[in-house]
Ligand binder design. Sequence first.
Ligand code: SME
Length: 162
Amino acid sequence: MAEQLILEGSTREERYRELYPQLQALLGAETDRIANLANMAAAFRQTFGFFWVGFYLVSGRELVLGPFQGDIACTRIPYGRGVCGDAWAKGMSLVVPDVDSYPGHIACSSLSRSEIVVPIRSVRGEVVGVLDVDSQELGDFTEEIDRPWLEQYVGLLAPLFP
Ligand code: SME
């Protein structure tokens, strides 16, 4: 596949729908974990202009920063800490409309106002990392649109974690 995305939709939902098969093809043509995580982060940034989007990967009892797009970020997050560590511990996606009201939120950037974190599962179903997307706007992510779509995208990553 040519390394070019075709994006014509004007709403975020339309763009989720049109990016999905393109990312599926791009990731399906490559087996390297870092290359695919890097391209997914870049595709999200390019398509949606997210303030910060990237991955943290499980390493022992911590999450360690992986490929991302945006400003430099915290490198290690303990199990059960912050939104990312909570999503890992609970094994479920977390939509946080206002990070200032989230107990234990880890502020990598003071400009981040809302976020969504989606656990990544291996083929065997273990949580092996998380996708974290941050926004400068309050309430930028919804349970109805962003959560199911990002969960579907993250499902593309399972084969990278056999
Ligand atoms: N806010 C996250 C930390 C990661 S950064 O925002 C990139 C958290 O509370 O887990």
